[in-house]
Design a protein around this ligand. Structure first.
Ligand code: PMP
Length: 379
């Protein structure tokens, strides 16, 4: 089953009444509807309403760029910030600027499928670097980095595994990159979704001249706003702006005004603790359900400290791809791990998303999945 066949299957599940633990969709009950409504009203009633509805600079609204620069935990000048249409577009712009046909791009094994798809459109050659529960392995990176255009990394609560890279690993990966002059594309859409303690500092804070950093408003406000950003060293910034102009002139002026209006008075200081609480509760619900239903079957899973995903390995001999149609038939869906691997895939791995479903659905979904696993083991 190819990744597009999996996507087709996942498209139909919503119509079948299947419990979906598949999609990487933020919890809709976390969307700040009242704050967005009030901000829309203020934007449209302000004397500047017509500016918010007009074309605007490709780099983004100056005040929003300033907000981003000031929100980051290392010295960033607002002139280094480019507002993008989701952080997905930031990945696309970087790919267009840095990849030629056949260029080597280093990705984790496994790594975010949407980034690999972008790099593939530019005809990159993906080389995968081994990872463990603490993140990417520096020795494997050093062995594979020669001649690579850049390293794509998600240090915080990675999609698909939920891994948060340890501080020691960040240090070691940063040292390899600095020694080899390797550019890092640090993708951080999940960093604010920590539960008990914030993640270690980004690599960009240590290596600002080597790193292009991307962030997103999708997981802290709402993905439908389609707003993200990148922070680039000045030597690369103008090239990225040129690709941004060519792509869509600028990201929606109105959405930028609304988001800025929402953020202005410290809204996130109130909103983020509630989201963290909600997501931690859902993670706990899934861990409890796994413990209740899946224990003793020979499967294993991790315990993410933030983000939206649990990475599960099925018992020996089972394939997550082969099992998916049976799981959907029973009434539960997940994403098989295979498409996330650029190199050798782990057939047993799958991604469970715990933030979109209700706690009751999580329990019922994991119970169904355990039944499918049990039956497959007996077959
Ligand atoms: N990077 C990663 C790792 C993601 O998981 C996603 C969304 N699934 C994105 C980037 C893109 O998000 P957005 O365009 O909504 O900011």
């Amino acid at each position: 089953m190819t990744s597009s066949a999996i996507r087709d299957l996942l498209k139909v599940i919503s119509q079948l009444g299947v419990i979906s633990l598949a999609g990487g969709l933020p919890a809709p009950e976390g969307f700040p509807i009242d704050a967005l409504l009030a901000a829309c009203e203020r934007v449209l009633r302000s004397p500047d309403a017509r500016t918010a509805l007009q074309y605007s600079p490709s780099e983004g609204l100056p005040a929003l760029r300033r907000w981003v620069a000031e929100s980051l935990p290392w010295p960033v000048h607002e002139d280094q910030v480019l507002i993008t249409t989701g952080s997905q577009q930031a990945l696309d712009l970087v790919a267009k600027a840095l990849i030629d046909k056949g260029s080597v791009v280093l990705v984790g094994s496994p790594s975010y499928l949407g980034a690999q798809q972008v790099f593939t459109t530019m005809q990159a050659k993906m080389v995968s670097v081994a990872c463990d529960a603490d993140g990417m392995l520096p020795e494997d990176l050093a062995a594979k980095a020669a001649g690579a255009r850049f390293l794509y990394l998600q240090p915080n609560y990675e999609n698909p595994t939920g891994t948060c890279m340890s501080a020691e690993r960040r240090e070691a990966i940063g040292q390899v990159a600095a020694r080899l002059g390797l550019v890092i594309l640090e993708d951080n859409p999940y960093g604010d979704l920590w539960y008990r303690q914030p993640p270690p500092a980004p690599l960009a804070a240590k290596l600002p001249e080597n790193t292009i950093y991307t962030g997103s408003f999708s997981k802290i406000l709402a993905p439908g706003m389609r707003l993200g950003y990148l922070v680039a060293p000045m030597k690369l910034y103008q090239t990225l702006v040129k690709f941004k102009q060519a792509a869509d002139l600028h990201s929606a002026s109105f959405n930028q005004h609304v988001v800025l209006e929402v953020l202005r008075d410290g809204f996130l200081d109130r909103h983020l603790p509630a989201i963290r609480e909600l997501y931690q509760r859902k993670r706990n619900a899934m861990l409890a359900a796994l413990d209740r239903h899946m224990r003793g079957l020979g499967a294993s899973w991790n315990r993410p400290s933030g983000g939206m995903f649990i990475w599960l390995r099925l018992p020996e001999g089972l394939s997550a791809t082969a099992l998916l149609p049976r799981a959907v038939e029973k009434g539960v869906a997940y994403v098989p791990g295979t498409p996330f691997f650029a190199g050798d895939a782990d057939e047993r791995a799958l991604r469970l998303s715990y933030v979109t479903a209700t706690e009751a659905q999580i329990d019922a979904g994991i119970a169904l999945l355990a039944k499918v696993v049990q039956e497959a083991l007996e077959a």
